[in-house]
Design a protein around this ligand. Sequence first.
Ligand code: FES
Ligand SMILES: [Fe+2]
Length: 347
Amino acid sequence: MNEVVRMRADETPRTREPETLPARAYWAEEYWKLDREAIWARTWVLAAGVDDFTRVGDYVTATVAGTPVLVVRGEDGLRAFHNVCRHRASPLVLAECGHVDKLTCPYHSWRYGFDGTLLNAPAMNIDKKDYGLFRLRCETWRGLVFVCLSDDTPPLAEWMAEVSAAALRYPLEEMHLARKLSLEAEINWKTYADNYAEGWHVPTIHPGLNATLDMASYRVETSGLVLQTHSARARDGGMTDGLWVWRLPGLFLNMYKWGMSVEQVEPLGPRRLKLNYRYFFSDAERAEECDEILKWSVGVAKEDIAICERVQKNLEAGVYDRGRLSLVFENGVIQFQQMVQAAYRRN
Ligand code: FES
Ligand SMILES: [Fe+2]
């Protein structure tokens, strides 16, 4: 029995533990389609930082709900579009980020303004106003740029209201962005989310993190189907206490004494995801410790990725279908899976 179980076994309620999602939900194409349509197309997704755009023509690309998108700075601010030319569907820009003087398709040179208007379509007698770029919503929150495919999702400030309240004592604007990094893994995004949703595995999977945290104080609080906060005190002499705020489905704010990391899950397919991290530090001196903290933090992330990849393989192997979830330690997993099921039902 690990430490957490020992400490909290007496809290076990008698209510029946819910079943997990079926294994198919973690790899089958029909569930990937459902995830894209019912969940990812209806959520705000962190795509860039305001700092990524210093000049008119600076752009960033991302994948939202499996769809390539681009954010570009125009004369009058940031605009987001599907990264697809209206002629024969070539992506307009190919790099992760960069600068263009004009938004010219690399295939047959249709040219668009930064507001998405089609300006030039060589050898075509078409009405250009019918072939502007497909526009997306694009809003900012505390220096972070989000995009959303749906017109029905609430404005970003409203969508982030509970995050703003939970992260109040962490002044993101006063921190500086020290590093950006991405990790890719062969994991369905829900396998990753299930794992994030509980701290039960910290003693077994993260011995280093476990040594710094007082796991008896680890708590997961859920709010509706939108927010989860995890908190734990530092062990005596430990390098970190922690507050982890998760805006479902895939935005994580990992807050520590030294600053915070903002993590966005970018699902790339039924079995593949990318994790995009932005590390913010509280003050200039702390930045010198950046490498050490980053190494520690990436080490913890890789421990999660390793267990998730092992779980993913077994979810696909065809033996296991559904397990059961603990009401004591997996309240966060239960909330996450309820959100998924509610979204599937709504779709
Ligand atoms: S696909 Fe863009 S110009 Fe042909
Ligand atoms: Fe973990």
